[in-house]
Design a protein around this ligand. Structure first.
Ligand code: PLP
Length: 401
């Protein structure tokens, strides 16, 4: 089919597309409707009410009372904002190799002129609290100005234990800032900015918040704000000071993404209606059912530590000699199902099942049935019945209402 604008399409596949990549996640109709309004004057009184409401509401999602800065940018922008607001050229930072996204953040830090020590990892485990503690204990000169951790490594389906990392840092009494990437964990996995005394939490709109891509966040601490006063990396657009000054009245220093902010207002309302503890429990349960399916198929979960299984996605290793991308292609072409591709050093070796955001049991079952059928069509060696095992888990753990 060729559209009048010249775009060639294969025709409309009937039914809903299953967008089961680990973000962007499915945007619920309620949020789409909430954004479907005229854009208003971002310096006017109506906007001010919206600005005040979202700037206050987003704090609850980070479990913080400190300021949260909102940028019209993807998560990568908020990574940069965290670094340039707090650090100076040549500062040493400790980062942890959990997977592809940790590697990208490290590359950014190096490009910005920071001296990165990268704690090696095998992409099957989270950031190691013991190893972080040892590095900090050995750093008597307090060379490290920051420790940076990706909470949920979206490339591997491994969730690092931030509370334990905080404790490990505390035991050394090291003054380094703690920065955490919560881009694929916020509003899906329990995350406590204040209780864990994180200095900068970085996040994005397109995962647990159920919004389209385009907003990103920095949740701050007093210590981060103090560091910003003496930090010397060049910054302009990302400067927290300009943001915080304008935010005090509900406004932004440059044109905000007004319609995404309408969506954010609705997303916060939806999360509050369900209740954050219920949101986290729902993600845990759907993730556990997914792992039952993977085990039922006789396939291997990439995450090697059961304490670090991600509630947001499950990365599945392909049997030797079978490519994950061919399987994903079959799932898309035959069943209108998008699965996440393997990234970086696990490219074509794993596929990722996203189970986050606006998601429930039957959506999960549709997804897992799609995977199981794609395994059969692609003749990937597996045991049939994984989807059945997930269904049994969901039935056994359902609360009778
Ligand atoms: N960090 C993590 C954990 C991510 O999952 C992603 C994107 O998926 C990013 C950083 C980069 O964010 P973005 O692609 O929104 O710039």
């Amino acid at each position: 089919m060729k559209l009048s604008n010249g775009l060639a399409l294969n025709g409309h596949p009937s039914g809903r597309h299953f967008l089961q990549i680990p973000g962007p996640s499915n945007v619920p109709d309620r949020i789409l409707r909430a954004m479907d309004y005229p854009t208003i004057d971002h310096r006017g009184p109506e906007f001010q009410k919206l600005g005040r409401a979202v700037l206050a509401g987003i704090k609850d999602i980070f479990q913080t009372r400190s300021p949260v800065v909102i940028y019209p940018a993807s998560g990568t922008g908020a990574w940069e904002a965290a670094l340039v607001n707090t650090l100076s050229p040549g500062d040493a930072v400790l980062m942890c190799e959990t997977g592809h996204f940790a590697g990208l953040w490290k590359r950014m830090a190096e490009r910005l002129g920071l001296a990165v020590d990268f704690l090696q990892g095998d992409w099957r485990h989270g950031a190691d609290p013991v190893a972080i503690g040892e590095r900090l204990a050995a750093d008597r000169q307090h060379r490290y100005k920051a420790v940076c951790v990706v909470h949920n490594e979206t490339a591997t389906g491994v969730t690092s234990r931030v509370a334990q990392i905080r404790q490990a840092i505390d035991r050394t009494a090291h003054p380094a800032l703690l920065m955490v990437d919560t881009i694929s964990s916020l509003a899906s996995i329990d995350y406590r900015h204040d209780e864990w005394r994180v200095d900068v939490s970085v996040s994005g709109s397109q995962k647990g918040l159920m919004l389209p891509p385009g907003l990103s966040f920095n949740a701050l601490s007093d210590k981060a704000l103090a560091a910003a006063r003496s930090a010397r990396l060049p910054r302009s657009y990302w400067d927290w000071e300009d943001m915080i000054a304008a935010n005090a009245n509900g406004f932004f220093p440059s044109t905000p993404a007004t319609n995404l902010l309408y969506g954010l207002y609705e997303a916060i309302a939806m999360l509050q209606e369900e209740g954050l503890p219920n949101v986290f429990a729902r993600h845990q349960r759907l993730a556990a059912a997914t792992r039952e399916a993977v085990r039922g198929w006789g396939l291997e979960i990439l995450c090697a530590n059961s304490e670090e299984y991600s509630p947001v996605l499950t990365a599945v290793l392909m049997p030797q000699g079978h490519g994950a991308d061919a399987l994903r292609k079959v799932a898309l072409q035959n069943f209108n199902l998008s699965l996440g591709q393997g990234l970086g050093k696990v490219a074509d070796k794993v596929f990722r099942i996203g189970h986050l955001g606006d998601f429930n049991e039957l959506m999960l079952m549709g997804t897992l049935c799609g995977v199981e059928m794609a395994l059969a069509v692609s003749r990937v060696p597996h045991r049939p019945g994984g989807a059945q095992a997930a269904m049994a888990h969901l039935a056994a753990t359902a609360t009778a209402r």
